[in-house]
Every structure is written in C-alpha cells, then in structure tokens.
Design a protein around this ligand. Sequence first.
Ligand code: NAP
Length: 268
Amino acid sequence: MSHAELPHVLVLGGTTQGRQLAAALAERTAAGDPIGDPSGDPSGVPVRVTSSLAGRVAAPRLPAGDVRIGGFGGVAGLAAWLVAHDVRAVVDATHPYAATMTAHAHAACARVGVPLLRYERPGWSPGPGDEWRRVRTLADAARLADDLGERVFLTIGRQEVAAFADVAAWCLIRAIERPDPPLPARAQLLLDRGPYELAGERELLARWGIDVLVSKDSGGEATAAKLVAAAERGVPVVLVDRPAPPAGLRVVREQPDVLAWLAQTLVG
Ligand code: NAP
C-alpha cells in the first residue's frame, strides 16, 4: 500500500501527548508494519498521520508526520477538512483546557460520520504535604489567590492571564510567550518553556518569595515539579478544574488505548 493509500488519521495536537502519539504512528508507518489484527496486537496499524496545531506559538515543537497549522474555521471548516482530506479517524489530543477545539471536533466528527477519540492525560493527584484548593474558574482562582497570598506564581499559560488583571497581589507570570493583556498591575514576566526540574522550581519559589501558586490541572511530568516545590515550602496551590468533555465523547488517558482504538476503528 502506498503512503497516500494508508488510512488518514488526524491528531489534534499542541501537547506532549499529541506529539508522542504522532511519533508512534509515524514510526510504525515507516517500519512498514502490517495492518494489525484488532483481536491481537493493536500496535501494528500503519496510518498516514497529520497533526494539527493551532498556531499560537511562534516556534512550536513540530510532531513527526505531516503537520498543518492554524484554525479550521469552526465546526463547518473542520467538517469540510475531514471530508476533503479523507480522514478516517480523529484523535483529539489537545490540551485538557482546549475546550472549544474539543467541542468543535465532537460536533464536526458527528456531522460527517468520522470516529473521534479524546486522548487526555490524567490530572494530578495530591500527595502527602500537598495543600491544594480546587476552583472551577480562573476568576475564582484570582479571588482565592488574592485572599491566600501576596506574591503569586501564575502558571496558567498566556491566553487567560487577563482573569488576574484586578488582583492586588504581585504576580510572577510564567508563559512560553508574552501573555495577552490586560495583565496584573504589579507583575514580573518570565518567558520560559518546560520541562522544569525540581531544583529550578525550588530556587524560583525562594528567589521570588512566592506564597501562592496558581495552576491548571494539566497533569503530566513536564510541569509537575512546581507542585512538589510548593508542598516543600508550605505554599498553597490554587488548582483550576478541567472543563468537562462534551457528553458522549469517549475519553482515554493512555497511548496504548489510543492505538487499540485505532486498530479497532480502522481494521475491525
Ligand atoms: P481552544 O480555545 O479550545 O480553541 C480555540 C480555537 O483555536 C479553535 O476553535 C480552533 O479554531 C483553534 N484550535 C485550537 N486547537 C487547535 C488545533 N490543535 N488545531 C487547529 N486549530 C486549533 O484552544 P486553546 O486552548 O487556545 O489551545 C490552542 C492550542 O494550544 C491547542 O493545540 C492546545 O492543545 C494547545 N495548548 C492549550 C493550552 C491551554 O491551557 N488551553 C495549554 C497548552 C497547549 P477554529 O475554530 O478556527 O478551528
């Protein structure tokens, strides 16, 4: 089977999980693995993979395989793209907080009858010494952070920092790129990209005198060290809950479950 004839899988990415999935799929295709038997080892399904990135970051880490960048133009645009590119299955591996893209994928796939799976890494679980306060929204997080401390470490990405525009506390804002305004009146910007090591996170909390940490419940290893460092210093953590997935959307947490689903969907 030529590359163009392989079943086309679209991975909605922008995450470590999406990049790792694209690499796993591209590797199998390059190795010329036979189509897997869905009742047996599901890891041998060769596919043509395209990853989609939103284009928010100027120099993104590009996944293996084909890559397209930029919005689709809403549900209708994505539905048209799926048909035009003969997509056989979609894996939504966007960030747990990319709720709009997830909703659009759900609606578009339903509209054109393309199977969709949501691949979302598990959130974090508190360990001994963790003092986490869970809140539903970023607005709630801003209010609580202001109540809890005076020097806030804000690690919520760059797009929604405006929710903290009115806090009285001083904020250390860490993001990959300059956040969208308005920003808190008293703030220091730290442009950086994970993964972050524990030693560096310890040093950062101490150097800036951080007394409250605000984070999304992103899960994964790359940015978890800040939680350990906060627990060690007795710094409270305000954790913003994940948005709920659309009703009826199948969600898996681990890559082998994605591969098994692809084998079932494409071969079974
Ligand atoms: P979002 O609010 O859910 O989506 C807004 C719009 O951005 C979508 O309607 C879509 O535009 C476009 N879009 C989002 N993800 C896309 C993708 N993978 N490929 C093509 N278009 C995409 O998304 P977001 O929260 O801004 O996240 C944008 C990207 O950053 C995603 O790839 C996500 O995985 C990544 N990311 C997000 C966060 C976070 O905290 N939200 C953190 C780390 C990484 P159209 O309607 O025009 O199709």
